[in-house]
Design a protein around this ligand. Structure first.
Ligand code: NAP
Length: 230
């Protein structure tokens, strides 16, 4: 039987000391100039950058390499996980600066069929369909690997991070922690979703490296355990 292979996944975020990815009003100015350069350096060294549709709708990022010296060829493929195809046709992630893969489900609706037809007309866009209610992240990883995507930078947000941790698809974690407290039960955190019920089940990490940057600190970890989430 063929062994299923997946890309190596690095999860990176910038967060406040209380673990928030943005404030309750979605202000996500967390990183300083040097941290942004650090992130763009990782972007330059991976095959793809992946985000959830929540991040696209809230932040409208370009997901290219532009904070450091780079050419258009240095831009990795962008992957957006979007079950219902809520991505706006004018989203910046659909610009011509890089390829974009939209991962969506097999569930069909009239709106979705129309949207797929429109997206297919945009240069550099391709669509992968897997799962029914939500994108099947495990299968998505296997299909991306077969397309030659061997290293992915996962850039959130909290809901997609949970989906990826839950399925044990993350290999490495890098976080920048800013000396700021955002508070707010509704503010997005590094990992949202349902959460693990016990410490036995949770994802365990091994600290590999840490260093001060801007006015905060960067921590790097390897994921230690192979969890089985029920
Ligand atoms: N500070 C940072 O480093 C950083 C980085 C990124 C984002 N952020 C912040 O994070 C926030 C956005 O986070 P978010 O949690 O709202 O959105 P998100 O994690 O970017 O996207 C989540 C969405 O992905 C879709 N999805 C499809 N299949 C999935 C699956 N199997 N597992 C999980 N999600 C799946 C779901 O929507 P559908 O069902 O409709 O597909 C889900 O609601 C924003 O405030 C943004 O500023 C901060």
């Amino acid at each position: 039987m063929e062994k299923s292979l997946k890309p190596y996944v690095i999860s990176n975020v910038g967060m406040s000391l209380d673990g928030k990815l943005a404030t309750v009003k979605n202000d996500s100015r967390i990183s300083g100039e040097n941290d942004l350069k650090r992130v763009h350096q990782i972007r330059k060294n991976v095959d793809a950058i992946m985000v959830g549709i929540g991040t696209i709708l809230k932040d409208n990022p370009r997901l290219t390499v532009h904070k450091i010296d780079a050419k258009t060829e240095d831009n990795p493929t962008r992957i957006v996980v979007d079950s219902r195809l809520r991505i706006p046709l004018n989203a910046r992630v659909l610009n011509k600066e890089a390829k974009t893969i939209i991962a969506t489900t097999l569930k069909d609706t009239a709106d979705k069929t129309e949207k797929i037809n429109k997206l297919k007309k945009i240069e550099n866009i391709s669509i992968i369909r897997t799962g029914f209610e939500k994108v099947n992240l495990k299968e998505l990883m296997e299909r991306l690997y077969k397309k030659g995507i061997k290293k992915i930078l996962l850039e959130g947000g909290g809901t997609l991070n949970w989906g990826m941790f839950k399925e044990n698809l993350i290999d490495e974690v890098r976080v920048y922690i800013a000396p700021k407290i955002f508070g707010g039960v509704m503010a997005p955190t590094y990992v949202d979703g349902e959460g693990f019920k016990t410490v036995d089940e949770c994802v365990k990490l091994k600290l590999k490296k840490y260093y001060p940057l801007d006015d905060g600190i960067v921590l790097e970890f390897k994921v230690k355990n192979k969890i089985k989430y029920k």
